[in-house]
Design a protein around this ligand. Structure first.
Ligand SMILES: [Fe+2]
Ligand SMILES: [Fe+2]
Length: 185
């Protein structure tokens, strides 16, 4: 097992157990488990929603214009969110934690505090929740979509929704508040 596997290990005990682990460990866990899983699920979602046309299961032009397009938009925006966390926010949180351990003051940033970036991420989470609700509602509309496509898309969406609950709890209820607390201490 690599070192990354070790730090990404889930301590068990749900969200609360992560309050006692380092932010570095929590971030490694979020990226390895929730981000990797979500990227795979988004790929699966698009494949389910817009499979290649085949005889007898051609899908409906209206579905392809509306549903498949909305799902593509959801995928793009969600992937952008993951990239912002991994490329910008998470490395800055780890830098903050290292500084705190070294007894140094919180690093200063031209954009202000990490709390500013965190507010943007929290807004993204809210948007994601709304988009998932809209997509679920859309799949109940009479768009003429094949039942096979509808069921497969619903299944993947439900998996995404379920994992998203824990993913956002780990960020909104543990990682982000602990970061804000560390930065202001
Ligand atoms: Fe995330
Ligand atoms: Fe997030």
């Amino acid at each position: 097992m690599s070192q990354d596997d070790c730090v990404a290990g889930d301590p068990g005990g749900g969200v609360g157990a992560w309050r006692d682990r380092s932010l570095h460990e929590l971030i490694a866990h979020i990226v390895a488990t929730h981000h990797a899983g979500l990227r795979a699920a988004l790929h699966e979602l698009q494949a389910a929603a817009a499979p290649p046309a085949r005889p007898g299961l051609a899908g409906d032009a209206r579905w392809r214009r509306t549903g498949a397009r909305l799902l593509q938009q959801f995928r793009t925006e969600t992937e952008n969110h993951l990239r912002k966390e991994e490329a910008v926010l998470f490395p800055l949180i780890e830098q903050l934690e290292r500084s705190a351990h070294a007894g140094q003051p919180a690093p200063r940033h031209p954009f202000g505090t990490l709390g500013t970036l965190i507010t943007v991420m929290e807004q993204d989470h809210e948007l994601t929740r709304r988009q998932l609700q809209q997509l679920a509602a859309l799949l109940h509309e009479p768009l003429g979509v094949d039942d096979e496509i509808r069921q497969a898309t619903r299944r993947v969406l439900a998996d995404i929704e379920q994992d998203m609950v824990l993913h956002t709890q780990l960020e909104d209820d543990v990682l982000f508040p602990r970061t804000v607390g560390l930065e202001s201490s």
